[in-house]
Design a protein around this ligand. Structure first.
Ligand code: BEZ
Length: 211
């Protein structure tokens, strides 16, 4: 059965250009963004993996480790990284899994044969430190991902894990948040000292609690 949000993700050990990577050991107490791309030496993928590398400090700020994956070999990844570094003005230092036997792709459902035969589509999995799946998105091969959106979701997940708020449409770090429906408004007013605006009894906004 396909992985669903809230599931404990399956562990694996797979080769990469940095040697074998065990997911759980590599993750430790960090969040993980595991993402697949269709193939090495392809243009959209080159820009994506370059961007993930350039965003290193943003991942670090959020205690996130990134892991890429395709069904190409570790040798192919190594050669391609030289191209990514040269053309995308960065130094890729995160692992790219060499899933030649499709072990991880099959475990995580990254191959969608009616879209792209035998190659992984652009899957993204956000995994929290307890190894629970918190988000999955699948993009078609022709569309490069927006990794700012992935960072935005991580900001939202990390915020809502610690405060009884949710984040509204187009929310970004620093914007007002939604008070979750389970908290009565009077209780919310004492819980959120920065103030609660009741627009409707079910629609209450509060400034971001951890700012
Ligand atoms: C690309 O990365 O450019 C790409 C890869 C597979 C299919 C289409 C585009």
């Amino acid at each position: 059965m396909a992985l669903q949000l809230g599931d404990t993700v399956p562990d694996f050990t797979q080769n990469s250009q940095l040697g074998p990577i065990n997911l759980y050991d590599y993750a430790g107490d960090s969040w993980v963004v595991l993402f697949s791309h269709p193939a090495d030496y392809t243009p959209v993928c080159t820009t994506e993996l370059g961007e993930v590398s350039r965003l290193r400090s943003e991942w670090e700020k959020r205690n996130v480790k990134t892991i890429a994956l395709s069904v190409d070999s570790a040798e192919s990844h190594g050669g391609w990284i030289c191209d990514i570094n040269e053309t995308q003005n960065t130094t890729v230092d995160y692992p790219i899994l060499a899933d030649e036997d499709k072990k991880v792709s099959d475990l995580y459902g990254m191959i969608h044969p009616n879209s792209l035969n035998n190659l992984t589509v652009r899957s993204v999995f956000i995994i929290d430190p307890s190894k629970k799946l918190r988000l999955q998105i699948t993009y078609p091969a022709s569309t490069g991902r927006n990794f700012q959106e992935i960072l935005r979701v991580i900001d939202s997940l990390q915020l809502t894990d610690h405060h009884q708020v949710a984040t509204p449409v187009n929310w970004k770090d620093g914007d007002d948040c939604v008070v979750v429906p389970s908290i009565p408004t009077e209780e919310a007013r004492s819980k959120f000292p920065k103030g609660v605006t009741e627009i409707r009894p079910y629609l209450r906004m509060t400034p971001q609690p951890n700012r």
